[in-house]
Each structure stands twice: as structure tokens, then as C-alpha cells.
Ligand binder design. Structure first.
Ligand code: SF4
Length: 320
């Protein structure tokens, strides 16, 4: 966990603490069922998963984001954008079993490291609002909030909680995609960014499959609404569209869409779908006037305006 992440949609990971409890769903399989962080914890012996104390990471480790923040000018020159930090890959920031003081320390760090874009992904979006720092206001301009939705039921249950909290960017991780997602807009609101991925790192007899058509439909929904799709990986060649739809063997699919494109390959209909929300935000900004007149989506328009203003002021090298 650290300075260079292998996760395609971020640059670095930071874990303020490690340990978590699985989020179960009544009668449905859950994204947490084969949690990779739990496997890491078992291998490393660092922490016991579930209803056990979380372990805070060291003071020295907590200084890493401060270092990255200090190096931001050179990162931005080399990459022509800001550095993204995924927080947390081995825990959940909005976990009820975490000492509130730890979370307060984390938000102080996030506020201080304002040259980094912090991507906070949770499976507990219902907790976000009550766990925000007192000065959250309309959201820190450098914080993106996301939640996981593995299928349409999870999407309709979790995403409204996410979208009700003010944030510069709202995103949804549709990974592992284990069912179709359906419509992305709920009461006129929708996320700015959709990360899509099939399940990986699971024994082949346990793996839950992703139908490429669900992914195609989710991307079409992004296009309809102006959100940015990011297809990360198929997870396994059993999901790869060359196998599922074209009748190729897994070996043949591997040649057409090699593992360097993502686990199980990463292309759909012969191309990558890897967009980031800042691009979509510009599209939305262009369309905002029309939408406001059309459906009265004032709140959405305000966020677009605020984000663009923030970028103009302090993000001279942002993607937009
Ligand atoms: S919320 Fe994330 S870290 Fe926690 S158990 Fe579920 S998958 Fe693992």
C-alpha cells in the first residue's frame, strides 16, 4: 500500500487504519463476500477481520501524503494533472467501529494535503453525513466520495445516500459487477463517474460472472447522462466479451485483449472505456443551462459551477 498503486483509476493508496467488517445483504450476494483486504490481512497477520479492533497505521506512514503534497508541483508538470489518492483500500473510512478521533485526524490530513485529490470509497454511504467534519460545508474541493454498487438493488439502496452529501465529485464503483445496474439517475441525480469491473482474485469455482451486456448498458447510461465510464477490467477471461459473445477460447481472448489491459482483459467492443469525471464535468457544464431549464436540477448545476470555479482558482494543471 503506498506511493504507486496498481489500481488503474488511482495513483496512490493511503490506509489511515486497516481492518473492516463485511457488509452483508439480506438474501443477496455481497461485494464484500470475497474481500481482497481480508485475504491480505490473513496473509500478513496484521489485523483480525470482522468484529475486532482496527489497527491504525504508523505516524511515519501518515507522513506519506504530506510528502506527496509537497511534491505536487513536479507530479502535476510530469502528468499534466493532480495526483489521485485512494483512501482506504484495506478499510472503510465510514466504518462505525472506528474511533471518531482517527477519522477526525484523517480529515485534518486531507484538508492539509489540498494538492491531492482524495478518492474516498465506502460501502456505508448512510454514515457519511453524520461522520463529516464540522467545516465540510459544500464539500472540500479535493475530495471525491464514492460508494460500491454490485447490482441494481445495491445501487438503488446506497447511491441516494451518496448523492445527498455535497462533494466535488460523486462516483460509484460497479465492481464486482454481479448483476445489471439499470438506470443510473434517481430523482434527477446521478454520479459523475462510474468505475466498472468484474470480480478478480477469487477461486474459479466461486467467482461471480459479469455479463458484457450489463457493462455495455451501464456505459450507455453514462453516455445518456454525461457521466464518465471507467471500465477497469473483466476480472477473469470467463467474462471477456471475446469469450462470452464471440466464441473465442480464453487463450485466444488473451491474445486479442491481453492481461496488460487489466485482469481478464479490459476492452469492450474493441476499445478501452477509461474516462475520468473532470472530462464529464465539462460536458455537464456545457449542458447545465439546458438541464436546469428542463428539470429544475439546481443542485446539480450548482455543484458543476462550484467545481469548475475551484479548479480555475487552484487547479491550474487539472484535467479540465
Ligand atoms: S467494506 Fe471493503 S474492506 Fe470492508 S469487508 Fe467489505 S470489501 Fe472488505
Amino acid at each position: 500500500m503506498g506511493a504507486r498503486s496498481k489500481i488503474e483509476w488511482t495513483d496512490s493508496t493511503f490506509n489511515p487504519w486497516v481492518g473492516c467488517t463485511k457488509v452483508k445483504r439480506r438474501k443477496s450476494p455481497s461485494a464484500c463476500d470475497y474481500c481482497y483486504a481480508e485475504k491480505w490481512a490473513k496473509r500478513s497477520g496484521q489485523v483480525e477481520w470482522g468484529d475486532h479492533p482496527r489497527r491504525r497505521t504508523t505516524e511515519a506512514y501518515w507522513r506519506n501524503p504530506v510528502t506527496w503534497n509537497g511534491q505536487a508541483p513536479s507530479f502535476q508538470i510530469n502528468n499534466e494533472r493532480r495526483q489521485r489518492v485512494f483512501c482506504a483500500s484495506l478499510a472503510d473510512v465510514f466504518d462505525n467501529q472506528v474511533d471518531p478521533e482517527w477519522r477526525s485526524d484523517l480529515f485534518n490530513l486531507i484538508r492539509a494535503c489540498d494538492q491531492l485529490d482524495w478518492q474516498l470509497l465506502t460501502k456505508r454511504p448512510q454514515n457519511i453525513r453524520k461522520m463529516l467534519p464540522p467545516d465540510w460545508g459544500d464539500g472540500y474541493p479535493n475530495v471525491w466520495f464514492g460508494t460500491t454498487a454490485e447490482d441494481a438493488d445495491a445501487y438503488r439502496q446506497r447511491v441516494p445516500h451518496l448523492l445527498k452529501v455535497p462533494a466535488a465529485i460523486h462516483f460509484v464503483s460497479y465492481e464486482p459487477a454481479i448483476g445489471p445496474l439499470g438506470q443510473l439517475d434517481i430523482d434527477g441525480l446521478y454520479p459523475d463517474w462510474l468505475i466498472i469491473g468484474g470480480e478478480s482474485g477469487v477461486r474459479s469455482d466461486l467467482i461471480r460472472l459479469t455479463d458484457p451486456q450489463w457493462v455495455r448498458d451501464a456505459i450507455a447510461e453514462c453516455r445518456r447522462l454525461g457521466a464518465a465510464p471507467f471500465l477497469k477490467q473483466w476480472g477473469t477471461y470467463k467474462n471477456n466479451p471475446n469469450v462470452v459473445e464471440q466464441g473465442c477460447s480464453e487463450k485466444q481472448a488473451m491474445k486479442i485483449d491481453p492481461p496488460e489491459n487489466g485482469k481478464g482483459g479490459g476492452k469492450l467492443d474493441g476499445q478501452f472505456w477509461r474516462e475520468f469525471p473532470t472530462n464529464a464535468m465539462l460536458t455537464l457544464a456545457t449542458a447545465a443551462k439546458g438541464r436546469r431549464a428542463e428539470n429544475g436540477s439546481e443542485r446539480r448545476t450548482l455543484y458543476v459551477g462550484r467545481t469548475r470555479a475551484a479548479r480555475r482558482e487552484s487547479w491550474p494543471l487539472g484535467e479540465g
